[in-house]
Write a protein that binds this ligand. Structure first.
Ligand code: NMX
Ligand code: MLT
Length: 581
């Protein structure tokens, strides 16, 4: 029988909770973080040096030594779960971390001595090891599959110092390396082809399309956890991937789902703020207004007013970002219910994941619509940093505006017809084709309609792209979804026909750099098929998804201490003078 560990500095509920966990000799997988190091004696002097130089724990840091006695007993269940650990290691240190009512409780123990130090030591330790390659082979960093793996915040906290070092090294080693010339065409042409932003979460290849942390969409569909075997990826999994660069386990995704549900409640004033707008206001206006109303809860703003140190900016940014991601589906769903379903709200269902819950709150509970929403939210989330919405969010955030302010700004860019509003335009345009020519439109009739659109000085919505030079893989995966679930839908068949008809016409114009369909060419007909027929609403769905990408990068902007964005502008006169020289 293990003896209860006593909790120094704690008491009341906290003590009961901790003791309960240990009494049953269980590691509470949802809350406990455990790190085990084991290493050879060569590493010991360095370790002692690091710990000796560490600042002592101050009560204000909310750090409490957890094990004041019987620590070997406490260690036992963890140590024994690591194969061969005892036999291989000469020295073991265990650091536990417990989240309790948003306070972090740390305990540090070892088989030889007890250290009560903050978790920042871990980062220090890792950095020292990274800097001294001769030692890396003598240290094995192990993360036991307990709650450390389930706690996204803890994972980020571990990753950040390495990435900060990496950025520092890039700056010092390559700071003066040229990445290309800036031409007058680039300055006048919307900065096309000009590399000017750091964006860690995704990278767009003109031919292959988007890669989220290196993974293409088909790869994400394969490796990210799904709600059911072979199903579409869960957006929470993508969020985890974007933030950490690691493919999460199903357990991690479930923990994040739960975390997001726990943050999903919308303050009442948000509904009232939206209600102040005419119900006929564009859904994007209502949605952005709702996001602005959420801003009053910003932890970043509060922390900044209290004088938070810049090294800690990422923490309240993380809090805001997670809350924002958790809450935008309910805000968006309210806009939909208010505009089209008489205003009756549907509450979060505690048994559902993020995508399915969003569909549910909109009023759609069919399993195929749930799958569509999971896919939709996953693929629209991020498209590297230069697109209008992501770039706007990043720019505004660079002024240290909080995630709500930054994301609301991003949404205003998304609401433009050349960007996110194109999904609305596509379905309206398709419906206008059907209204004029019927569903069984011939190829010639369709060609005429496309030419009529172009001749009236409009773009063909859903085709073309600022970076892509091939068919958007987001279009392709939606097409595959349609082939699987709605192959006979007349509007899907019309979309397929457009794939044959539009690119040659756009190519013929001689100026369109990419005649192929983009993500927006397909999404509307899928939603329409499942009963979400209100095209004006579609960009709101895009916006919900994009919160995941923009906020993920924003956390990294803060963690990496990226600076205020402020490029140089020039006048035509300046250009003329410069170029004549
Ligand atoms: N229909 C007609 N003309 C087009 C199209 C199109 N789909 N795409 C490009 N062009 C024209 C473009 O307007 C420009 O004409 P002009 O020189 O007379 O101003 C010319 O072709 C060259 O444009 P590009 O360099 O090929 O494209 P750019 O990078 O400037 O713009 C888009 C990219 C996406 C804004 C453009 O292709 C477009 O307007 N597409 C239709 C709207 C759309 O689907 N937007 C959604 C994009 C994806 N998203 O979600 O954001
Ligand atoms: C996006 O998803 O943001 C669009 O495809 C536009 C872009 O990448 O420029």
């Amino acid at each position: 029988m293990l003896k209860k560990p006593t909790l120094a500095g704690g008491g009341g509920d906290r003590e009961v909770e901790l003791q309960k966990g240990w009494q049953h000799h269980r590691i509470d997988k949802s809350t406990l973080t455990a790190y085990v190091f084991h290493f050879t004696p060569v590493f010991v002097p360095l370790l002692i040096q690091v710990f000796n130089n560490a600042p002592p724990i101050r009560p204000s840091q909310n750090l409490f030594p957890v094990f004041s006695s019987h620590r070997h007993h406490c260690l036992h269940p963890l140590i024994s779960s690591v194969p061969n650990l005892k036999s291989k290691s000469n020295f073991v240190i265990l650091i536990t971390r417990k989240r309790h009512r948003n306070r972090l409780i740390f305990g540090v123990s070892s088989s030889a001595m007890v250290f009560y130090r903050s978790v920042s030591l871990l980062s220090k330790l890792r950095n020292r090891v990274v800097q001294q390659p001769s030692l890396t082979n003598s240290v094995r960093w192990l993360q036991i599959q307990t709650s450390s793996d389930l706690d996204l915040h803890a994972q980020l906290k571990e990753l950040i110092p390495e990435q900060q070092e990496r950025l520092k090294k890039i700056k010092s080693d390559y700071g003066k390396v040229e990445l290309g010339n800036i031409t007058v065409d680039m300055v006048l042409g919307g900065m096309r082809g000009m590399t000017g932003l750091l964006w860690e979460t995704s990278l767009l290849d003109p031919d292959e399309g988007i890669r989220f942390r290196g993974l293409s969409i088909p790869e994400c569909q394969k490796v990210l956890p799904a709600a059911k075997s072979g199903g579409e990826p869960l957006p929470e999994g993508l969020l985890w991937l974007l933030l950490t660069g690691k493919v999460p386990t199903k357990e991690q995704v479930d923990a994040l789902s739960k975390e997001l549900r726990s943050r999903a409640t919308i303050p009442d004033h948000v509904y009232k703020t939206i209600d102040a707008l005419p119900v006929t206001a564009h859904p994007m206006t209502q949605f952005t207004t709702g996001v602005m109303a959420l801003q009053v809860q910003s932890e970043f703003q509060k922390a900044y007013e209290k004088g938070i140190h810049k090294s800690k900016y990422w923490e309240p940014t993380f809090e805001d970002s997670l809350s924002l991601i958790a809450q935008v589906p309910a805000v968006a769903a309210y806009v939909y219910r208010r505009m089209y379903k008489g205003g009756e709200r549907i509450a979060v269902d505690e048994s559902l994941d993020y995508g399915a819950n969003f569909a549910h709150m909109l009023g759609f509970d069919g399993p195929e619509m749930q799958e569509l929403m999971r896919l939709y939210v996953t693929i629209h989330s991020d498209h590297e940093g230069g697109n209008v919405s992501a770039h706007t969010g990043h720019l505004v955030a660079s002024a240290l505006s909080d995630p709500y302010l930054s994301f609301a700004a991003a949404l205003n860019g998304l609401a433009g017809p050349l960007h996110g509003l194109a999904n609305q335009e596509v379905l309206l345009w398709i419906k206008s084709v059907v209204a004029e020519c019927g569903e069984n439109i011939t190829t010639d009739q369709l060609k005429d309609y496309v030419l009529k659109t172009l001749n009236s000085g409009k773009v063909v919505p859903g085709f073309g792209h600022g970076v892509l030079r091939k068919t958007d893989p987001r279009y392709m995966c939606q097409r595959e979804f349609a082939l699987k679930h709605l192959p006979n839908d007349p509007l899907f068949q019309l979309v397929s026909k457009l794939y044959d008809v539009v690119p040659p016409i756009l190519t013929e114009l001689g100026k369109v750099k990419n005649p192929w369909p983009n993500v927006d060419a397909h999404s509307g007909v899928l939603l329409n098929y499942y009963g979400l027929t209100e095209a004006r609403y579609f960009t709101v769905l895009f916006g919900v998804s994009r919160a995941i990408g923009i906020c993920s990068q924003l956390i990294w902007d803060r963690a990496l201490g990226l600076p205020l964005e402020r490029p140089k502008s020039v006048t035509m006169e300046w250009l003329e003078k410069k170029c004549k020289k």
